[in-house]
Design a protein around this ligand. Structure first.
Ligand SMILES: Nc1ncnc2c1ncn2[C@@H]1O[C@H](COP(=O)(O)OP(=O)(O)O)[C@@H](O)[C@H]1O
Ligand SMILES: [Mg+2]
Length: 1043
């Protein structure tokens, strides 16, 4: 953000601009004179200039007029950066500068499509030419370039050294004083690129060619040629290097500030850039040399009064250089041709006439060549045809570099013309300023207020009016037959203009004025001040006569430049060419028309001292210029209305902190905002007016008060700005984070949604495949059902893995899908085997024994005997008898055969079935029946034929013993509560597992001597062993609620 109103310049020093400059006004003054409270005071005006000059602020505005004071030193304000600084910036926003004027003009041309002009005026040495060069340079650097005309900028810039060489000279006031007026048009295409240029020249000071005041020089080109031209060139021109040898060059010492030699190179280069051919340059130099030779042409007077040329060699040189016939030239220089009554007569010139004829020729040759030079440059700068025709609206910026009012000790015809020109320019200024002021009031809708100003029309008329004006009278006097001289002209003036309020002569003046006027002078009261003109030479200068025979000679020149400059028609035609003053008047009228059609800007140049010294401010000299530049008048016109005007937005923007309603921002109409603001500030009705887009403030004081209030308010504003800036920064930070969060959020949501959608799609697809698979589930494995089948398998296996039977006894097994029947079965078996293996690994040896016994028990009894489920469920003990329960004697009898198992049994006698309590002990090879201490019977396993039990729940069992010999007592009928356990162990030990029979109804058994006993078994409520009829043993076995 650029802090409005403050600028830091290249030196880093704070340069205050416009309004804020008001606060520093004590030091650097105001940068616009319209802000001077006392605008009628010349002293205040000059004091303001002085202060600024002291601070190296050489530029100051009067409204849109730029006043520039020559610093006579290089200031660091013309760099490229400075150009950039002023580019596109509003006029008032930044310190006054020639670049601001240039830029403003350029932008006005571009935006309004209206031709512009910049009028630069001021005394000789005040810096006009420098200013115009700065403007051109600004355009050359900052404007876009047109490929077509890339070189145009160069040519425009290069035209300067050429014109300066031929048109500038050292004067007492300025080492490089332009001795002609220049108006230059720069044409821009619709893109704003410079595409063409045109120069109009005014009033070349030709008299300088033949005569210069003491301490002044002729035009630079002569010295440059002599100093810079190489020897060969000088030889061809028959010139010597020493300027002292030439009468026309006076005896002015060399310049210290200017190097003629270097400038010669610059000019020669410039000529070629502009497009002069070598031949043209040669011809041009021939003419320059010929002028020097003319100056050295001397005349002698013979006794009979005849004039002759004493320097014959000069004539030869001249003839060669001018390309004319030598004798014709000699003749023409010493004779004049008259036409009387249709007859041509030749009459000799007297000495003085011959000298002035020679000088007239020199002036004419040089003057016309200069005009040719300008034409030639114009040709080179001319807008090329094709661009002109395709030129969709070329616009023009004109630059007028012309002398300001000139008031010398002796003022002659030249000063008269120049001051007349300035009078016209002032008229234009008033007209245009008032016009633009009025236009502004109109567009702003403000009632027009008459502006009091000095209308200088009366003076312009005094000079230029037909028949009555000074120029008309002068022309008349020149043409009048009979004796005319400057004095008769003065008398004529007195006759015609006597009594005019702006015209005085010695005769007409009152005593006081008379004292400061000579008898040969007339005084004009210009708008800027009074100037006395000496009439001596007026007629001659106005006549600007060149003898006809000299013209004729020049017409025949074979130097193309001269034959172009001296036209045959001029000699043949009887019509007298226009007088110098009239010519000037006409060209001025044309110039006014040109300027009138354009939007003007003004640069007024002031010279601070005559010594060309930096830092010196000669108040007397400056006051004189301020007067003759009409600056006070400028200011008065400008201030007649309102001192200050500013667009609403700019005004509001600057002063809004001063009113709570408009601070920090005004949201309504701008006009209302400004209105609220000025009401709050207490502006009185007569102090200001509101237009459509601008506020007009009548007195600077009003503005200053406002400005001071703003200054006082600044700390508050700074605070507010700081707070709101911080707020803004934090808000911005927060917004940034928020935006980031949203981005992440939406990214994440998007991703989630995409995932979900993908999952849904997959799910739908899956369901579809599933359904399809289901439909095809009975088909062979194929793409349609592969998923379904795989899934069924998979889920079966998955389910199976979770529901595997935990124990061998658990026979549950999930039902497999048909395709997995086989695999399922495999798995089931593997699992079972695995469980068994695992189980087996876990089994202890005793348990293993137990199991083995149970397996055997199962083999024997399973599903055969009612008590089996009960019996097998119990633990098979190693022995049912404690060791102490077995009689020691019995153990001793058994000796080595260890009792493996012992149990209490009841033995039923074979006869009578009497029950007797016994112990049955089993060893590895036999069993013994023991009755307390006695071993009753030993049964070798080898002899055991078999074992019988009933199928019921009773504990009866029969051991079948051998009966081949009758000595045997028969089979043993026993009862044991642990019949399953006992029989199992016995069968295992005796290896008689296959010899256990289980009889459902009855068991037959052998008794002694071949007899046979029978045991019948029935089911009853409780166990009962009784002797039945027929001698059978009847065993009632209780029913067992087997499940
Ligand atoms: N802006 C400037 N900065 C520095 N020197 C300047 C400036 N303007 C003028 N001068 C000096 O003043 C001299 C005369 O200026 P010039 O433009 O030739 O005057 P004018 O054309 O008005 O007669 C220049 O040669 C230069 O030395
Ligand atoms: Mg100049």
């Amino acid at each position: 953000m650029r802090y409005q109103g403050r600028e830091v310049d290249v030196e880093g020093r704070v340069r205050l601009v416009m309004e804020s400059a008001l606060t520093a006004r004590d030091r650097v003054g105001v940068q616009d004179f319209v802000l001077l409270e006392n605008y009628n005071s010349e002293a205040t005006f000059i004091e303001n200039l002085r202060r600024r000059f002291g601070e190296n602020l050489i530029y100051t505005y009067i409204g849109s007029v730029l006043v520039s004071v020559n610093p006579y030193k290089e200031l660091e304000i013309y760099s490229k950066q400075q150009m950039e600084r002023y580019r596109g910036v509003s006029f008032y926003e930044i310190s006054p500068h020639i670049y601001a004027v240039s830029d403003n003009t350029y932008r006005a041309m571009r935006t309004e499509r209206k031709d512009q002009c910049i009028l630069i005026s001021g005394e000789s040495g005040a810096g006009k030419t420098e200013a115009s060069k700065k403007i051109l340079l600004y355009y050359a650097v900052t404007c876009p370039t047109n490929d077509h005309m890339a070189t145009l900028g160069d040519r425009l810039l290069q035209s300067n050294p050429v014109l300066e060489a031929f048109g500038n000279a050292k004067t007492l006031r300025n080492d490089n004083s332009s001795r002609f007026g220049k108006y230059m048009d720069v044409q821009f295409d619709f893109k704003g690129a410079p595409v063409g240029g045109h120069i109009l020249n005014y009033l070349l000071e030709k008299s300088r060619v033949v005569h210069q005041n003491h301490g002044e020089r002729n035009f630079h080109i002569f010295y440059q040629l002599l100093d810079g031209g190489d020897n060969d060139l000088l030889i061809t021109l028959d010139l010597e290097r020493n300027p002292q040898n030439y009468n026309y060059l006076g005896n002015c010492p060399r310049l210290s500030s200017v190097s003629d030699k270097n400038n010669w190179k610059v000019v020669m280069k410039a000529l070629s850039v502009i497009g002069f051919t070598e031949e043209e340059v040669q011809k041009l130099l021939n003419i320059i040399a010929s002028v020097l030779h003319l100056g050295n042409t001397q005349f002698g007077e013979r006794e009979e009064g005849e004039t002759y040329i004493t320097t014959e060699t000069q004539i030869t040189n001249l003839a060669k250089l001018l390309g004319v016939d030598g004798s014709a030239l000699r003749e023409a220089l010493t004779h004049k041709k008259l036409t009387a009554k249709g007859e041509e007569m030749i009459s000799p010139l007297d000495f003085e006439q011959a000298v002035s004829a020679r000088d007239a020729l020199a002036k004419a040759v040089y003057g016309r060549t200069f005009t040719w030079l300008v034409e030639k440059i114009n040709h080179s700068l001319a807008l090329k045809e094709e661009i002109y025709h395709s030129g969709k609206g070329c616009s023009v910026i004109g630059l007028l570099d012309i002398y300001g009012f000139e008031v010398l000790q002796h003022n002659s015809f030249e000063q008269f013309c120049i001051n007349y020109c300035n009078e016209k320019l002032q008229q234009l200024f008033i007209e245009l300023t008032l016009r633009s002021e009025q236009e502004e009031y109109e567009t702003e809708g403000i009632a027009w207020e008459t502006v009091q100003y000095f209308d200088n029309k009366i003076i312009c008329d005094l000079i230029e009016e037909k028949h009555k004006g000074i120029i008309s009278i002068l022309d008349e006097e020149c043409l009048r037959p009979g004796e005319t001289c400057d004095v008769s002209f003065l008398e004529k003036l007195e006759d015609t203009l006597g009594g005019h309020p702006h015209f005085v002569t010695h005769k007409l003046a009152n005593g006081k004025t008379r004292r400061v006027m000579s008898r040969e002078e007339f005084r004009l009261l210009h708008y800027a001040g009074e100037v006395n003109y000496n009439v001596n030479g007026f007629l001659d200068k106005n006549n600007d006569l060149l003898n006809r025979n000299l013209k004729e000679v020049m017409c025949q020149s074979d130097n193309q430049i001269l034959s172009h400059c001296f036209r045959r028609e001029e000699v043949i035609g009887q019509k007298r060419p226009e007088m110098a003053a009239t010519q000037f008047k006409n060209s001025l009228t044309k110039l006014m028309e040109i300027l009138m059609s354009k939007e003007p800007s003004y640069v007024r140049c002031i010279k601070p001292n005559d010594a060309k010294q930096p830092g010196r401010f000669d108040e007397v000299l400056v006051r004189h210029q301020v007067k003759y530049l009409g600056l006070m008048e400028n200011l008065r016109v400008r201030r007649a209305g309102f001192a200050y005007r500013r667009r609403f937005e700019a005004f509001l923007q600057r002063y809004k902190p001063l009113c709570p309603e408009t601070w920090p921002n005004w949201h309504g109409r701008l006009a209302d905002g400004v209105s609220a603001l000025v009401n709050h500030l207490g502006y009185k009705a007569e102090e200001y007016k509101l237009g459509r887009s601008k506020i007009f403030i009548r007195f600077p004081k009003t503005l200053f008060t406002t400005e001071d209030a703003l200054e006082a308010k600044k700390p508050d504003i700074a605070l507010t700005l700081q707070t709101s800036w911080r707020g803004y920064r934090e808000r911005a930070k927060y917004q940034r984070i928020r935006r980031a969060v949203i981005v992440i959020q939406s990214g994440w949501r998007g991703m989630k949604a995409r995932r979900r959608a993908k999952r849904r799609r997959q799910a739908a697809e899956l369901i579809r495949r599933f359904i399809k698979g289901f439909i095809y589930r009975h088909e062979e494995y194929c793409p349609e059902n592969e998923y379904f089948l795989d899934h069924v398998r998979y889920s079966f296996l998955k389910n199976l893995s979770k529901n595997l039977p935990k124990s061998v006894l658990d026979k549950n097994w999930p039902k497999p899908p048909p395709s997995l029947d086989e695999a399922s079965e495999h798995l089931r078996r593997m699992h079972m085997r695995n469980m068994v293996t695992k189980y087996c690994r876990r089994v202890q040896p005793e348990w293993k024994k137990q199991m083995m016994q149970k397996v055997v028990a199962s083999e024997i009894f399973k599903d055969q005997k009612d008590s089996y489920p009960q019996g097998v469920g119990r633990l098979f003990l190693d022995s049912r008898l404690e060791r102490e329960q077995i009689n020691l004697k019995v153990i001793q009898t058994l000796a080595n055969d260890k009792v493996q198992y012992g149990v209490s049994v009841i033995k039923h006698d074979r006869r009578g079935f009497k029950p007797r309590s016994r112990q049955l002990l089993l060893t590895n090879t036999f069993a013994v029946l023991v009755d307390r201490t006695k071993t009753k019977q030993r049964i070798d396993y080898t002899t055991l034929r078999g074992i019988s039990v009933s199928s019921l729940s009773d504990g009866m069992f029969v051991l079948h013993l051998p009966n081949e010999d009758n000595k045997q007592k028969g089979d043993l009928v026993l009862h044991c509560n642990h019949v399953i356990e006992l029989v199992t162990k016995l069968a295992m030990m005796a290896s008689k597992v296959n010899h256990v029979n289980i009889s459902p109804g009855s068991i037959r058994f052998a008794m002694a001597r071949g007899k046979e006993g029978i045991i019948d078994f029935v089911r009853g409520s409780e166990l009962k062993v009784t002797k039945g009829k027929r001698g059978h043993l009847l065993v009632t076995a209780p029913r067992i609620n087997s499940t």
